[in-house]
Design a binder for this molecule. Structure first.
Ligand code: ATP
Ligand code: MG
Length: 410
């Protein structure tokens, strides 16, 4: 006789070590809700579905990467309370795949169903000013900076901040909403051009490396952490991640500790990523917090026991966290829309990259996000090259980069 599920689809989770509260497990077969339809949502859907959940996506687009694989899709704005109420009615719990979702939408949903991460955590990560204040309050270091909210803030700038980067406090991603500036006059002009919205002026630093840590924390306070990724950005956009990062054990330990301090300080529930700058003297600064799975953690799909997206589903369903061990060395290459065009800057002739050759490289795992239109700078997919050691993963990634026309890493 087939076992029947409890009518309300819940069962009690055994107490996890260190946990304070028992949260009801949301059993496979239940519906989970997702705000946002991008590639992070698409990979979350796939992971949740392989655990047996159904996913309903709320996203305004009719043709989104996550909407295309979700079990259902509500096409509506994130501020549409009727749509949010419908999502909450259908789902036992909801999460988000991008940090610019209005915190008010998460608050509204939380009145009707379980939501993680909580609006308060997302609100901090959405605002560079609030984020830097929070990180400093945690006892961690950030780049020298000034908050710019009014004309008077420009009068008192420390000249030692220059050369600098003016960053809009809100709604920046992939280097958007940022402007390099060398003087107060340039800062004033850039700030005016950005609509005089709140900004931070950050000293431009010489970086030895950039690294990131993806951490997971359950409602009961259990944590898990993935190995450090070493990230190379080009034009403000992540180009490659190498895992594990080529850093000494002390830097890795300090980065892991800082990520856990931040997760605990936020009383965070879900998956988050902390990006760090490594300075030439080995100093570590927190760059920013992403309250969601991160591009530098995509390798976990192919090279970890549990992926970051599986962890997101586990946390949402109040299941125990999965094993974060890395099973293979990995180098991830982002596939940007530029690869669909030839190298002349204004060319608009689109061509399909040579996927068959990419897939002829041993250990090359291709992930395309199903976006209908390639645009320059748009994240269209990624390739994770796995191998039994880091040197071989790098060789394979270089082969893939050559095939795709990506400039190889230094
Ligand atoms: P993301 O796509 O990670 O959300 P973002 O648009 O929020 O990016 P940042 O992470 O602030 O922007 O910056 C993007 C990249 O620009 C960094 O990863 C780094 O390579 C470079 N960068 C940013 N700030 C500085 C700095 N103060 N000094 C040197 N390089 C910097
Ligand atoms: Mg960043």
């Amino acid at each position: 006789m087939a076992a029947s599920l409890p009518a309300n689809g819940t069962a009690l989770l055994g107490i996890v070590r260190g946990s304070r509260v028992m949260s009801p497990v949301i059993l496979p077969g239940s519906w989970l809700g997702l705000l946002g339809g991008g590639q992070l949502g698409r990979m979350f859907c796939m992971a949740a579905q392989s655990l047996g959940y159904k996913v309903c996506v709320l996203d305004p687009g009719l043709d989104s990467p996550a909407g295309a694989v979700a079990d259902d899709h509500i096409a509506a704005d994130y501020a549409d309370e009727r749509a949010l109420a419908e999502l909450a009615r259908r789902c036992r719990a909801a999460t988000t795949e991008f940090e610019n979702v209005p915190a008010a939408a998460l608050d509204f949903l939380a009145k009707h169903c379980s939501v993680s991460p909580e609006a308060a955590s997302v609100a901090i990560a959405q605002d560079r000013i609030a984020e830097k204040r929070f990180v400093v309050a945690c006892g961690l270091a950030v780049a020298a900076h000034a908050e710019i909210e009014r004309d008077a803030d420009l009068e008192t700038l420390d000249p030692k901040l220059f050369p600098a980067i003016l960053k809009s406090a809100r709604l920046g991603y992939d280097g958007k909403g940022q402007q390099a500036v060398a003087t107060v006059a340039e800062t004033r002009a850039a700030w005016n051009a950005m609509g005089r919205l709140p900004c931070v002026l950050e000293k431009k630093l010489a970086l030895r490396q950039e690294v990131s840590v993806v951490a997971c924390r359950t409602r009961s306070g259990a944590t898990a952490i993935f190995p450090l990724a070493e990230n190379e950005h080009r034009g403000g956009i992540l180009a490659t991640s190498t895992i594990p990062a080529r850093v000494d054990a002390d830097i890795a330990r300090r980065a892991r500790d800082a990520a856990l301090t931040i997760a605990q300080g936020l009383n965070y529930v879900g998956v988050l990523c902390v990006e760090f700058f490594v300075l030439p003297d080995g100093g570590l600064l927190v760059n920013e917090i992403a309250p969601r799975p991160h591009n530098s953690g995509h390798y976990t799909i192919d090279a970890s026991v549990s992926s970051q997206f599986e962890q997101q589903a586990r946390v949402l369903a109040n299941l125990p966290l999965g094993d974060t061990h890395q099973t293979m060395a990995a180098v991830m290459l982002n596939v940007l829309g530029d690869l669909w065009f030839d190298h002349s800057p204004n060319s608009s002739t689109a061509r399909e990259p040579d996927w068959a050759s990419v897939l002829s490289i041993p250990g090359a795992k291709l992930h395309l996000y199903g976006k209908s239109e390639a645009r320059r700078g748009r994240k269209m997919g990624h390739v994770t090259c796995v191998a039994s050691d880091g040197a071989e993963a790098r060789v394979r990634a270089d082969q893939v980069a050559r095939i795709l026309g990506i400039v190889p890493s230094p």
